[in-house]
Write a protein that binds this ligand. Structure first.
Ligand SMILES: Cc1cc2nc3c(=O)[nH]c(=O)nc-3n(C[C@H](O)[C@H](O)[C@H](O)COP(=O)(O)OP(=O)(O)OC[C@H]3O[C@@H](n4cnc5c(N)ncnc54)[C@H](O)[C@@H]3O)c2cc1C
Length: 382
């Protein structure tokens, strides 16, 4: 069974299990008290305010709490995306080396989890099997790829995005930039000792390239030469799950159809708004689930994620469409009115005739762009 059942009940059950004090104490460990709520948050099963309210109903959470601080990182990355737009897909500033020093290809042994560095092979195989990685494992994987193997952060970020159930363009791409040093003022480096401190034994990487000091790692990061990988013929290599730019046809998906929507009050749901339907929808509203191909062509997902999203969408409505922006817009032209929730991944592709509510946020909107999390945090956590 999947580690992430695609239901709202599961998300609420996980919220009820959050223990902020234990979270603060243990969150850096792979078996620490992290919430594993990210797939549900990314896809809007629950909103951040709803999540915090659920936790606060049982625990005290103040503005200095680590748990709140981490939720802050998610909203901060949204803030950066809102201000920089597609600029987040390019290096925000020069990193350790010029962009051209990094490769646009991910080496075979990383993709197939046979680098011989246990922490990296465990991270890749866990990612492919579950669609989830602990934050520390994401940092190790990104750091190894960028600083030791000289893979350009953007290439790594695109690859990871496709395999995560919680793939979020802002959190993912900006976290890669933070690790790479193009979105922060120094590269993030880690060694075997750090892995041994925070991960179970199967991840320990003594005797590998990362079993060294931070001084050596820093020199390696600043040198254009990639660290050696493994030959391509290792027998323990694993398959890469295929990425798909359209939904799985095993769940009822149709092409946009104007006959269905004609004269109706339509409420759109999409992959980033899979929470409860609003209580104030007009009676007899028609709920339509949409997948906009313009987005998915650029950002394919693996099958686990499609099934996660489609299963929840099927709970909300039996009318699910897959089509390009124009065909969805045309099919909704004669609807009485169209509404839904806007979200940054899909905002540009929603039918222009609709009236959209914004996603509830945890912190106040900051008009002026903040280039550092701490400045932003000072403003929002007052
Ligand atoms: C290279 C890299 C790629 C990442 N890609 C993504 C991504 O695509 N989607 C994504 O949601 N997060 C991403 N993160 C951030 C973080 O790793 C995940 O949010 C977290 O691991 C999710 O697990 P959790 O729900 O158990 O987190 P918890 O530790 O339980 O945190 C609770 C929630 O707070 C938020 N959060 C926690 N830490 C961070 C953080 N550092 N940055 C942003 N939000 C955070 C998430 O919404 C998370 O669900 C990435 C981090 C790195 C280093």
């Amino acid at each position: 069974m999947s580690l992430f059942p695609p239901t709202r009940e599961e998300a609420l059950a996980r919220i009820a299990l959050v223990r902020p004090a234990e979270y603060a104490r243990t969150r850096n460990a792979l078996n620490g008290a992290v919430t594993q709520l990210s797939p549900y948050i990314t896809h809007g099963f629950v909103s951040l305010p709803e999540m915090l309210e659920g936790v606060r109903s049982q625990h005290t959470v103040n503005s200095q709490d680590k748990f709140l601080f981490e939720l802050g990182w998610r909203e901060y990355y949204r803030h950066v995306w809102q201000h920089r737009g597609d600029g987040i897909f390019e290096s925000l500033h020069e990193g350790v080396l010029p962009d051209a020093a990094y490769s646009n290809e991910i080496p075979f042994d990383i993709l197939h989890a046979c680098t011989g560095v246990a922490a990296i092979d465990m991270a890749v195989s866990t990612l492919y099997t579950t669609g989830y990685l602990h934050n520390h494992a994401r940092m190790w994987l990104a750091s190894y790829m960028v600083h030791l193997r000289k893979v350009h952060w953007r290439v790594g970020a695109d690859w990871l995005y496709g395999h995560l159930l919680d793939g979020d363009l802002a959190s993912n791409h900006l976290s890669w930039q933070w690790v790479a040093g193009t979105g922060s003022n120094k590269p993030y480096l880690f060694n075997a000792e750090n892995v041994a401190r925070f991960a179970p034994e199967a991840w320990h990487s003594s005797g590998s390239v990362i079993d060294t000091t931070y001084e050596v790692l820093d020199r390696m990061a600043r040198r254009a030469l990639p660290a050696k990988g493994q030959a391509q013929t290792l027998s323990n290599s694993i398959e890469i799950p295929a990425l798909m730019s359209s939904p799985s046809t095993s769940l009822n998906i149709r092409t946009p159809n104007s006959n269905v929507a004609k004269g109706r009050d339509v409420w759109l749901v999409h992959p980033w708004s899979l929470g409860e339907l609003p209580a104030d929808l007009p009676k007899d509203s028609l709920v339509i689930g949409i997948f906009v191909s313009d987005f998915h062509r650029n950002w394919p997902w693996d099958e686990k994620r499609w099934l996660f999203v489609q299963s929840r969408m099927a709970e909300l409505t039996s009318e699910c469409w897959y089509g390009d922006r124009l065909s969805i817009e045309l099919a909704l032209q004669e609807a009485k009115q169209v509404g839904g929730v806007s979200e940054a991944h899909i905002a540009a592709w929603l039918p222009s005739s609709g009236m959209y509510r914004s996603q509830p946020a945890l912190f106040p909107n900051v008009e002026r762009r903040c280039d550092s999390f701490s400045k932003w945090w000072q403003l929002v956590s007052k």
